[in-house]
Design a protein around this ligand. Structure first.
Ligand code: HEC
Length: 193
């Protein structure tokens, strides 16, 4: 009886220790809200861009989809931003840009470099990360090359005609050479407190 009680007690202690960090985070409503806003905002942007990309690939093939991406990705991102609550913003970042406007800078770059290091060493990346900046949060959703279709425009063997079309629009494209599972970039959501 005594030993089993002791056993239960130590088990409780151990589970309390294990549960502690997660529980603490769960109890903080501000952090919970930031994660929720980040999840929803990133999903909206990815759905908007990804849904349209899929539609164009299906109807007009990669060339048509490329024209769509190069002319609509930024205006569509701006449109999504226009509908977000005050103090919330969304963008895409990368270490190897096609559109130079999406280049990761400062702390964003450091976060992507850390994720890249993990990715290169076969570590499964977290679905989301959150940075506390004092007066705001920065939410990151890592973007991995997760569909073979991504390789058509970002892979190692891009159709020469398509590559020519890419080079015509983007003089300094570096967003090629990716393989399935590679980190491509991240969706970043900034949330003012
Ligand atoms: C039809 C060609 C095409 C396909 C397929 C494609 N992309 Fe892109 N991608 C582009 C173009 C063009 C841009 C630059 C325009 C923009 O989005 O600002 C781009 C930009 C990006 C960016 C922003 C960073 C940068 O370099 O400007 C990310 C992230 C990205 N693509 C990820 C993906 C992922 C993940 C997939 C697969 C689900 C994918 N792309 C499929 C053409 C494509």
């Amino acid at each position: 009886m005594k030993t089993s009680r002791l056993f239960t007690l130590s088990l409780l202690c151990v589970s309390a220790l294990i549960a502690a960090p997660g529980e603490k985070q769960k109890q903080n409503p501000a952090i919970q809200n930031a994660y929720k806003t980040g999840d929803e905002t990133a999903k909206t942007l990815l759905k908007t861009l990804g849904g349209n990309l899929k539609k164009h690939i299906k109807t007009g093939g990669p060339a048509d989809a490329l024209t769509f991406c190069s002319t609509q990705a930024i205006p569509l991102t701006q449109a999504v931003n226009g509908k977000l609550p005050k103090g919330v913003g969304v963008k895409r970042i990368t270490l190897k840009t096609r559109n130079p406007g999406n280049a990761a800078e400062g702390k964003d770059k450091a976060v992507l470099q850390a994720l890249q290091m993990l990715n290169k060493n076969d570590v499964r990346l977290p679905g989301r990360l959150l940075r506390d900046n004092g007066d705001s949060y920065t939410y990151y959703k890592p973007l991995v090359i997760n569909k073979p279709v991504c390789l058509k425009c970002h892979g190692t063997q891009i159709d020469p005609k398509l590559k020519a079309q890419i080079n015509k629009v983007y003089g300094s494209d570096t967003a090629t050479g990716y393989k399935m599972g590679d980190l491509r970039g991240a969706v970043v959501v900034t949330i003012k407190k």
